[in-house]
Ligand binder design. Structure first.
Ligand SMILES: C[S@@+](CC[C@H](N)C(=O)[O-])C[C@H]1O[C@@H](n2cnc3c(N)ncnc32)[C@H](O)[C@@H]1O
Length: 310
């Protein structure tokens, strides 16, 4: 698997972590190991713990470079459990954590994973193949109301209602089995000229819902803030507006010193500011990176530093 995944915003995210000797770092989303390898190749004397909930990513990295580094630990788990994984290594605090969200090119390009609307595969879309429920259950068992809500909330698709109705109608005669069948239904029930975008949005919505990506991200970011040492760095690369909004709002909330309503004469909330945001605007890839790797197109990197909190 030569082209498992081309890392996005590589230089920028490694710089964001401010890697220094003697400290502990976490790569929450190992994927093809591009960022993990770059962290190790800084040559600093660090400990690195890298997570992925996809066994294929762990296997690939273990076989291609993992065994060459005795300061690297690979853990097959959801990053919402990263605190436990870190604690099992007898580590209490960390000094930097990177989240490079979403799916890897490997996952998209393997038809049987069911993430791509242009490759024929079963309706799967599980990031962790040990999970029981697949996209098939959502597409074939969920009600019109449930489908519409998922497409609207997680895909921000304007034609959610029409597409949900189309799915309900089509599955009356036979269950929808494959990615291409679903893609064809979206094509036929979308009126606008944005059929490609509609397919991307509906597939994204099902994937986010199925893998519980929003809750998992919120939990993990809150935990990351707690487990960082003062001066420690949190770096997050997101690929769509929904994810980026969560990251932006969470960082802003953590940075705030007070959350009392403006009408209060004095502060009573006792909120502490835990983070300093280092990117007022997110870092985006340079044109040459986008030209080389179209997946980088929508990437946004946000960085924050943990404050001293008494
Ligand atoms: C964009 S890729 C990361 C690519 C990686 N930075 C590289 O350079 O190759 C995202 C990876 O995160 C993993 N992932 C997504 N959500 C996860 C979660 N909640 N827990 C653990 N891994 C997750 C996916 O399985 C995928 O392999």
């Amino acid at each position: 698997m030569e082209n498992f995944h081309e890392p996005v915003l590589l230089e920028e995210s490694i710089a964001a972590l401010n890697i220094r000797d003697g400290l502990v770092y976490v790569d929450a989303t190992l994927g093809g190991g591009g960022h993990t390898r770059a962290i190790l190749n800084t040559g600093k004397k660090i400990k690195l713990i890298s997570f992925d909930q996809d066994e294929a990513a762990i296997e690939h990295c273990r076989n291609s470079f993992g065994e060459n580094y005795d300061n690297l630990t690979l853990i097959h788990d959801n990053f919402s459990n990263f605190w436990t994984g870190v604690a099992l290594q007898k580590i209490k605090k960390i000094d930097g954590i990177l989240f490079d969200l979403g799916v890897s090119s490997y996952q998209i390009n393997e038809p049987e994973r069911g993430f791509s609307f242009s490759l024929d595969g079963k309706l799967d879309m599980r990031m962790n193949n040990k999970s029981e429920r697949t996209a098939y259950e959502i597409v074939n068992k969920f009600t019109y109301e449930e489908l519409k809500k998922i497409f609207f909330e997680y895909g921000e698709e304007r034609e959610s209602s029409r597409i949900a109705k189309g799915i309900i109608k089509e599955r009356e005669s036979k269950n929808i089995q494959t990615t291409l069948e679903l893609a064809d239904i979206i094509d036929r029930y979308t009126f606008s000229h944005q059929k490609l975008k509609a397919k991307a949005r509906i597939f994204q919505a099902i994937r986010i819902y199925l893998n519980d990506e929003i809750n998992v991200l919120t939990t993990a970011l809150n935990d990351a803030v707690k487990i960082l040492n003062p001066g420690g760095r949190l770096a997050v690369i997101s690929y769509h507006s929904l994810e980026d909004r969560i990251v932006k709002q969470l960082l802003r909330f953590q940075e705030k010193v007070c959350i009392c309503p403006p009408s209060f004469p004095q502060c009573v909330c006792n909120k502490k500011s835990t983070l300093r945001i280092l990117t007022k605007k997110p870092i985006t890839p340079k044109q040459e990176e986008i030209a080389r790797n179209s997946r980088a197109r929508s990437a946004k990197l946000r960085i924050a530093e943990k404050k001293e909190v008494e």
